[in-house]
Unconditional design. Structure first.
Length: 94
């Protein structure tokens, strides 16, 4: 799924306003760029990459939660992030 598709899907799932959609797109772009840069970094070992991935994810989560305005949006976002983490762990174990 492309970052644009993820943005659209998350915007629908979270019932975002137009202003929030713009903020989500910007946060998604920052995260995507950071992850792409990290993947191409050959100087970091696996543990350092894992730590940096967590840092990037945490920054994204904090940024998004900063512009979510309702408890319902925040709860849905937390559920989405938990679901994505479970998918990621499952894919790595296979």
């Amino acid at each position: 799924m492309t970052p644009e598709q993820r943005t659209t899907q998350m915007a629908e799932q979270l019932s975002l306003t137009d202003a929030q959609k713009v903020q989500l797109a910007a946060a998604m772009k920052v995260q995507t760029t950071a992850m792409t840069d990290l993947r191409s970094n050959t100087t970091l070992d696996a543990a350092a990459k894992t730590a940096k991935t967590k840092e990037i994810r945490d920054t994204f989560n904090t940024t998004v939660k900063g512009f979510l305005t309702t408890d319902e949006q925040k709860a849905k976002f937390d559920a989405l992030m938990t679901q994505q983490q479970k998918k990621g762990r499952k894919a790595k174990s296979q």
